[in-house]
Ligand binder design. Structure first.
Ligand code: MGD
Ligand code: MGD
Ligand code: MO
Length: 771
């Protein structure tokens, strides 16, 4: 499309912008409230579950297990969203997956069921042991399980043992899990973060010295613009829509970057607002929507910077106030000149080609930036799951730095984390990197010597697995075998392990790839009471804004046989490790305040007095150096990044290949599939689909509804294909194809990963279509 500045297609023209953001259905609104009451999920959970919903995310209530968005100090009457409700009702189902169910089916038979069918069996109720002779999981006792697992773990070399964590378990079990691994002698502590925001942990840290976001909730009350990249709030963190809506009402302008027109970003009906509910009147959210190609953010943001430089040059020439914050750049940043030279030397044509958006769009976005006093940059998987994701984050930071938009009111960089405690798990020691482990404090507090070798992240775990070097796997939640890339290569080798142990709430396909010995250890969910020697226990979690707050479950457990994650880990550690008078597993299990005391002593700067402070409304803030403009980077300043590529997916792609983006629907939580609708995208019915733009459908000679095969276009020595995908016409940029995670994971090569962090590049897989 050619855009005449100011003309009907110029995105600066409000009518053009409005036309550009028509979508099927607003996020929130009647759909979600009605949804909750009438759903099958709600029926299956029973009336008591609705009471749990009313306590979600309230001070001393239950922290929602869905996403990591903040729990505000002054919560609304219903401080949860459609998907938080789904996650909670899913946990509280009355369906039970009992030993009888396992007796009726071999593991081979169960493997043929869908993810939906497996989890739909309901909550796991008793510990189960795999019996290879009958290919069945059979009932066992906790005592037998702990003794056998402990005995086997002692015989396996520590470097061949991996402890995975999925991001939900609270700080108390997470702290013990990380310590347990090290007591055993390894740092093999991959985390779901390795497939998610590891790009942030490494890439953001590199440029601003902080591995987590710098914003706080009240910044949303003071920003004038929000650059919103590659995150789908309507589906994945709906509660963020409230502050976004408030911001827009104040006049804040949102500039969205996304290959898909995501309903949540376009408009929003506040389910808490009776007037909006009655009138169905939505707030338009995005002021501009840049439909970049996958990986195109890097170039688009560079174009935004180019416009900022142009405006600055013009302002200075006219004797007006400069646009750049010269004082901030001089005092707080490093390598600005190299970056500016790169931008000046990059043509608009090159930026248009790499980004998939027009110069006019980039300039319009740049103008929003220039006119805003305070800007927040928000991002999610669209940036992190790219081969050069760190550079894309670096480019967002470049833009923010130009006008000092980090470390002051209303401004900052705000990655939106996934699992409800994924950030916290990293904070309390779940990391494969020795440099990030509290080595000195472990020695002082636990008498623990941290093993000196770095351990496996998720990618390295898979490589060790493929090479036959990893012999035992313990999973603290999650469904790792399905969440990872390259299923066809990984799954057969998974079964070669000597030991697989799953601490889980529901049955999933990872459990159905048993090692020679395999155990399923069923645990409580966060909304259930956790009675130990000192009574019902609080746990604590950390949100995307680095606030730590308490959570307590109040529902009766799904089965009398369930143990908490903390109890399971204490018993397992006791059964595995030699006796040590400083390792007080029984005391820790009996009173989680004792574990918080360990956390506070291990991380005194951030967690002092946590047992009291976690009860403060909104939790306590553990601080953020970059927010105070203390830059813990190599240069001691905020770093400008001079990008090595213009598209974060890499500049080259095989001839004729399309870029595949793997997505979440509104009706799933990662590999947990609640149903087959994707309401906010106007899709429903099935998940084996390929979204392709009408232009591309025509170019490829396809027809809507036709079944196609997608084949990975790189690393051709291994054929990676997914068959039977239904072609669905969808508004996407040229050269882009989209479909669902985890169904399309067999197409993602293990080798295709982010350069600095090893995060799989799940949003930019070169694929070819076979009709
Ligand atoms: N209901 C629900 N909530 C969840 C989850 C869930 O599965 N279901 N998962 C949780 C977890 S673990 C996580 S990490 C978060 C994930 O939340 P998000 O970060 O929102 O992750 P995705 O849904 O994978 O996709 C992100 C968005 O990136 C866009 N995108 C893809 N490629 C690009 C690109 O190159 N550039 C740009 N700008 N955008 C791109 C996609 O169109 C999509 O809108 O959500 C958490 N919350
Ligand atoms: N292609 C592609 N692949 C991706 C992604 C993508 O966007 N595209 N996203 C990646 C991302 S961001 C992530 S975070 C990973 C997710 O990877 P994981 O975190 O490993 O996967 P989940 O689907 O969240 O795990 C679901 C399982 O966790 C268990 N579970 C649920 N609740 C609890 C609990 O409270 N305690 C315990 N112990 N167990 C529980 C249940 O058994 C359930 O079946 O996937 C990654 N993979
Ligand atoms: Mo995630």
């Amino acid at each position: 499309m050619t855009v005449t500045p100011g003309g009907p297609e110029d995105p600066r023209n409000p009518e053009a912008a409005a036309r550009a953001i028509e979508v099927p259905e607003p996020a929130g609104g009647w759909g979600s409230m009605q949804g909750i009451a009438a759903t099958e999920l709600s029926q299956k959970a029973g009336p008591g579950a609705l009471e749990t919903l009313a306590h979600l995310n309230k001070p001393d209530g239950t922290a929602c297990t869905s996403c990591a968005w903040v729990k505000p100090p002054n919560p609304s009457a219903f401080e949860f969203c459609e998907n938080g409700a789904k996650a909670t009702l899913w946990d509280l189902t009355r369906e039970r997956c009992t030993p009888d169910f396992f007796a009726q089916h071999t593991v081979t038979e169960l493997r043929a069921l869908s993810a939906y069918d497996l989890e739909n069996e309901g909550r796991l109720t008793e510990p189960m042991r795999y019996d290879a002779a009958t290919d069945r999981y059979i009932r066992t006792t906790w005592d037998e399980a702990f003794a056998a697992i402990g005995a086997q773990l002692r015989t396996i070399p520590p470097e061949a043992i991996t402890f995975y964590a999925s991001g939900k378990a609270a700080l108390e079990p997470s702290y013990l899990y990380a310590a347990f691994a090290r007591m055993l002698g390894h740092n093999n502590l991959p985390d779901s973060s390795n497939m998610c925001h590891e790009t942030t942990s490494v890439g953001l840290k590199k440029v601003i010295g902080s591995p987590v976001g710098t914003c706080q909730l009240d910044d949303f009350e003071h920003c004038d613009a929000i650059f919103y990249l590659g995150q789908n709030p309507g589906t994945n963190s709906p509660r963020i829509l409230h502050p976004l809506q408030q911001a827009v009402k104040r006049g804040c302008r949102i500039v969205a970057f996304n290959p898909l027109k995501e309903a949540g970003l376009v408009e929003f009906v506040n389910p808490q607002s009776p007037v909006q509910m009655l009138t169905g009147k939505a707030t338009r959210l995005a002021h501009l929507y840049l439909q970049v190609r996958p990986g195109g953010d890097l170039a688009a943001l560079m174009g935004v910077c180019k416009h900022v430089f142009a405006r600055d040059t013009a302002a200075r020439a006219a004797g007006e106030a400069p646009v750049l914050d010269d004082a901030f750049l001089a005092e707080h940043t490093h390598a600005f000149d190299a970056f500016r030279t790169k931008v000046d030397g990059t043509s608009w044509e090159a930026l248009e080609r790499a980004s998939g958006v027009t110069r006019a769009e980039m300039e319009a976005a740049g103008q929003v930036y220039v006119e805003a006093k305070a800007v927040i940059g928000i991002y999610g998987m669209g940036l992190t799951q790219q081969v050069h994701g760190s550079e894309a984050i670096g480019m967002l930071v470049n833009l923010l730095l130009l006008r000092g938009n980090i470390g002051r009111k209303g401004a900052g960089c705000s990655p939106i984390r996934g699992h409800s405690n994924v950030q916290g798990q990293r904070t309390v020691g779940i990391t494969e990197k020795v440099a990030l482990a509290p080595v000195e404090k472990y020695r002082e507090v636990l008498g623990l010597e941290t093993p000196p070798q770095d351990g496996h992240n998720t990618a390295h775990f898979l490589e060790a697995l493929l090479a036959g070097r990893n012999r035992a796997y313990v999973g603290l939640g999650g469904n790792l075998a399905m969440a990872v890339p390259d299923h066809e290569r990984v799954h057969p080798t998974w079964r070669n392990m000597d030991l697989t142990v799953h601490i889980a709430t529901r049955l999933n396909h990872t459990h159905l790839l048993p090692g020679k010995q395999s155990w399923i250890l069923p645990c409580l969910v966060r909304s259930e009471e956790d009675i130990q020697a000192s009574g019902n226990q609080f746990v604590s979690v950390e949100d995307s804004f680095s606030h730590i707050y308490s959570s307590m479950g109040r529902r009766k457990p799904a089965s009398e046989h369930l143990l908490s994650e903390t109890a399971i880990l204490c018993e397992l550690a006791k059964a595995t490790l030699p006796f040590n008078p400083r390792w007080l597993w029984d005391e820790w299990r009996g009173d989680y305040a004792r574990i918080r005391d360990l956390i506070a002593r291990t991380y005194p700067d951030q967690f002092a007095d946590m047992d009291r402070r976690m009860h403060e409304p909104g939790g306590f803030f553990r601080g953020n150096d970059a927010r105070r403009r203390v830059w813990k980077t190599d240069s001691g300043k905020a770093e400008f990044t001079d990008p090595s590529v213009l598209n974060a997916g890499g500049d080259t792609s095989p001839e004729g290949a399309l870029r595949l983006v793997t997505l979440r629907s509104n009706d799933q939580f990662n590999t947990t599939i609640y149903g087959h609708s994707d309401r906010l995208r106007g899709l429903s019915g099935e998940r084996t689909i390929a979204l392709i733009s009408p232009v591309e459908i025509a170019r490829l000679g396809l027809a809507e509804g036709q079944r196609i095969t997608l084949v990975t276009a790189i690393e051709p020595e291994t054929r990676r294909a997914v068959e039977g995908l239904k072609v669905v016409a969808y508004d996407l940029p040229a050269g882009t194809i989209a479909g669902y995670f985890p169904e399309l994971n067999p197409l993602v090569p293990l080798g295709l990963r982010e350069k600095l962090s090893d995060t799989p590049a799940s949003k930019g897989v070169p694929v070819l279509v076979e009709a």
